[in-house]
Design a protein around this ligand. Sequence first.
Ligand code: TRP
Length: 365
Amino acid sequence: MENTTKKDPKIILTGDRPTGRLHIGHYVGSLRRRVELQNSGEFDKIFIMIADAQALTDNFDNPEKIRKSILQVALDYLSVGLDPEKANLFIQSMIPELTELTFYYMNLVTVARLQRNPTVKSEIQMRNFEASIPVGFMCYPISQAADITAFKATTVPVGEDQLPMIEQTREIVRKFNTVYDEVLVEPEALIPDNEICKRLPGTDGNAKMSKSLGNCIYLSDDEKTVKQKIMSMFTDPLHIQVSDPGHLEGNAVFTYLDAFCKDEHFAAFLPEYSCLQELKDHYTRGGLGDVKVKRFLNAIMEEMLKPIRAKRADYEKNLDAVVDILKKGTEKAEAEAAKTLDDVRKAMKINYFDTSILIDSYEKN
Ligand code: TRP
């Protein structure tokens, strides 16, 4: 007999809060991987979401910031090589089904469980929300579960800080499938396998690259800005004279080299060395100046950023087309979410007008 069992589809969903332009930390941490996954041909469907509704949960008083960031993020996506023919780019708040799913999932989660979510906990501290946590913010992990399950995503490529969200999603899926019917899919997180790529430090050496700290290199920065940011990067405060032995630990320039440098970069830009280890050895021994290392890093950065910048400039010339990509992507995404919402309503038997379900449940007394 012929084997007719169909392979389960492999579906990606991931996204970002649009609170500003994306930077090279986003690039090594997730964007680069997304493009690889997209081009691997291993996935049946790919959804990349601009999570504006989630961004509003902690920026409700500044919708303008979110609005302004939507096209920026869309351009960042397109310029790094996400291809609208292969990956569906869409805007979260334009899909009402996501909100509806969130509302039903809210019944499956306790307040205590939300309060235990470590990412939410640290965000509450960061934002000084302790005394008065907006309900919408508290519930964003539930809305994230709706984002993921609406597309029956199997794979969610995210940073490590998002693991608690995926865990919470899996719990919601299990609960839903037990209480109602087996319709939701348990997703797996896919986190960066490379330690340095998990969290790129800021140009000032701070552990986190973040807009509020002003220590980012943006994908959309021009050549001059990037150079100036790299030339003023934090290195080793004890490395004063070129002849002084230098330290690699906490040295942001070397951390970036760990993240971006390949052996072939030496042949192209710094042929006196053959690999990063040689450069590191010379630095720690003493006799290698920061300026030289920074110039090398800048050359590597430019090689990476130049094509990204060019692609961005192309799309920038035709923003209408970018909006159209988002609109088409959102329509397609909504059609998927609507199918899942149908399944969910059926499983809960709240699809009242589809069948004779109301009359069948009527009990005459
Ligand atoms: N929480 C993610 C972030 O802060 C954004 C996001 C929203 C997301 N919904 C998602 C990521 C669903 C993956 C899957 O960047």
